[in-house]
Every structure is written in structure tokens, then in C-alpha cells.
Ligand binder design. Structure first.
Ligand SMILES: [Mg+2]
Length: 339
């Protein structure tokens, strides 16, 4: 169920955890107005943290991307899955523990920041940590796989199955995690979204009693927020489109929806839901014979809210789970298409 906020959303929270790709920028280009909006968040006394599953870059390098786009950010505002993975090891095995790494530069810097020692010989390692690293060698993957099979605990920075690249969407670190885990017959301990450690580490490091996760992806950002019991704002500027939103199972449903991060500064009404579907702000949405139908006129934000609410409440939905219904559109109609 969507939540209501009668006041501008930001007033209810004291920490905003922003995903980066799809929320702050897409393919290196800033989302419209994002620099001003992030500044407004800071001016309101709410701390913005930037939370990334990508473990290949250091927090300094991660912060450089928003800075290039005019968004104020420092390394201290950034929490990576590499740092969360190091924290997992410190919590389980204690400070000073020795770890082996399989990944890129961002992975190397994190253990020292948590007081762990990186070693290259397997003898005294308490665990092995893997992260995305485009230059990782196959011989190192083979060595890691055999160590894990022989009982060395395995911590994965994240399980993202895809990563956006210059070649298009490509296999992400999660593909390697799957390969290692399958080979060794173990389950990896996961640090990144949607697992708890990265969210917990962000709240602990950046501070805040009332955190709000702002993300574009249901199975990392939104599911991660559910995992730690915090509210979430889904923005439609990234990878989630209509088909994913209406098909979302309960653990993937956000608390709030907005076409873009401007939704932080707006109130969030919720649709009225009854046997006829969902109504809000001039829109009516209903699911009929497996097809979603939307009529009326109103704001884009309310359009997303009614289609989500009508779809999630549709009778027989659980029975039809996994069967994707048809939708007559991909997003709110442009003003010139409205009748
Ligand atoms: Mg994203």
C-alpha cells in the first residue's frame, strides 16, 4: 500500500539515502534539476547520503560524479557496498581480521577503513570478499572458487545481475557471485542492496532517526528499504517503468511514487481503492480481464499512484502471480493526448 504524506515529503525524514544511477544521473547526464533539489535537501537540514552497490570505485571517485554535475557531494556522503562488506567481516570476525579480495580498486580501500588487513596468501584469511572489477583475471576467480569450496567464508559486495556499460547492459557482478556460489555449493553473504548491511551501514555512518530511501530500482533500492524497515520513494527516472511497477510483489512496492525527485518537496495523497479500482486527482484506474485501464485527467504523479494502487489491489492477483497482464500505455499521457 502506498503511504500518504499531507506535508511535503521531506518534512517527515531526517536522512535521505539516494541511489545514484537513475536518480541523480543517467549515463553520466544529470536528471533535470537534481543539483538544485539536492541543495534544497541540505538547506532543509536533511542529510543526503549516496548509496551505491558498485564496489569498484572508492567513495572519493564515486563522489566525483555528482560533483561534476554540480551536485555537492563528498566522500563522507558516499557509502559503497565495498565498505558494507568490510563492516560485515569486522562484525563477524573482529577488527584486525585478514581478508582476501577479488575485485577492483574500490574493494581494496574499504577493509583498511574498517581496520581489516588485506592479504594475498590464503593461509590466514578469515574470509574472501568479491566485488565488481572489470580487470579481474580468470586465474584469480578459479583460486577464489576453490578456496570457497574448501570452506573459506564468502562475502559478496552485491548481486546485481546487470551493469550499464558503454556496450549497453552487460553481465554484472551478480553473475560472478552466482558462478562462485554454484561451484562451491554455498550461499554468499551479501552486503549490498537489497541485503541489510549497506542500508544499516549508511544509517550508522551518516546518522538519522527517520531515513527515507530514494531509488529507481525495485529489487535493490525498494526491497532494501523494506529489509531494514524504512520508507522509500520510487522515482520513475531510471530503470523502473510501468510493467515493473504494476507487477511488483509486496516486498518490491515503494511507500511513495513520484515521476522525479521533485516528489521530495510535495505532499503525497493516496488513491481511494474499492471494488471498481483506484481513484485519485481526476484519474480512475481499474484492471479488467487482466488489462489495466486508466481514464480521466490529472497530474503525472497521481497517474502513477492510481495505476500502482489499482494493479496491486486487483482481485485474483495472487492467483495470477507471474502472469503479466497487458497495459494500454507506458506512462501518463502527454497533455496533448489528454481528453
Ligand atoms: Mg539506480
Amino acid at each position: 500500500m502506498l503511504k500518504a504524506s499531507e506535508v511535503p515529503l521531506l518534512e517527515g525524514y531526517d536522512l535521505t539515502m539516494f541511489d545514484l544511477d537513475g536518480v541523480v544521473y543517467v549515463s553520466g547526464r544529470a536528471i533535470d534539476g537534481v543539483a538544485e533539489r539536492l541543495q534544497r535537501v541540505r538547506d532543509a537540514g536533511v542529510h543526503p547520503a549516496f548509496v551505491t552497490n558498485n564496489a569498484s570505485r572508492t567513495p572519493e571517485k564515486v563522489a566525483a560524479n555528482p560533483v561534476k554535475l554540480g551536485v555537492a557531494a563528498t566522500a563522507a556522503d558516499v557509502v559503497t557496498s565495498a565498505r558494507a562488506a568490510a563492516r560485515v567481516i569486522k562484525d563477524r570476525f573482529g577488527p584486525g581480521s585478514r581478508v582476501l579480495l577479488l575485485g577492483g580498486a574500490g574493494l581494496e580501500a574499504a577493509p583498511a577503513a574498517e581496520g581489516l588487513e588485506v592479504i594475498t596468501e590464503s593461509g590466514e584469511a578469515v574470509a574472501i570478499v568479491s566485488g565488481y572489477g572489470p580487470d579481474v583475471l580468470w586465474k584469480d576467480i578459479m583460486r577464489a572458487a576453490t578456496l570457497i569450496r574448501d570452506g573459506l567464508p564468502y562475502v559478496a559486495s552485491n548481486t546485481d545481475l546487470t551493469i550499464p556499460t558503454d556496450y549497453g547492459l552487460a553481465p554484472g557482478h551478480g553473475v560472478l557471485v552466482r558462478t562462485l556460489a554454484d561451484f562451491a555449493g554455498v550461499e554468499a553473504i551479501v552486503a549490498g542492496k537489497p541485503a541489510r548491511p549497506l542500508m544499516d551501514e549508511t544509517i550508522r555512518r551518516v546518522g538519522g532517526d527517520r531515513p527515507l530511501m530514494v531509488g529507481d530500482r525495485l529489487d535493490t533500492d525498494i526491497e532494501g528499504a523494506h529489509a531494514v524497515g524504512v520508507d522509500s520513494l520510487l522515482v520513475m527516472t531510471g530503470v523502473t517503468h510501468l510493467a515493473e511497477l504494476v507487477a511488483a510483489t509486496p516486498e518490491l512496492r515503494p511507500s511513495y511514487i513520484s515521476p522525479d525527485p521533485a516528489g521530495l518537496f510535495e505532499a503525497h495523497p493516496v488513491p481511494e481503492v474499492d471494488a471498481d479500482g483506484a481513484q485519485l486527482g481526476g484519474w480512475q484506474a481499474r484492471v479488467e480481464g487482466g488489462a489495466l485501464k486508466v481514464a480521466g485527467e490529472g497530474s503525472d504523479a497521481d497517474w502513477w499512484r492510481v495505476v500502482a494502487a489499482a494493479s496491486w489491489a486487483a482481485p485474483g492477483r495472487d492467483r495470477d502471480r507471474g502472469r503479466r497482464g497487458s497495459v494500454g500505455a507506458t506512462g501518463p499521457p502527454r497533455p496533448d493526448e489528454r481528453r
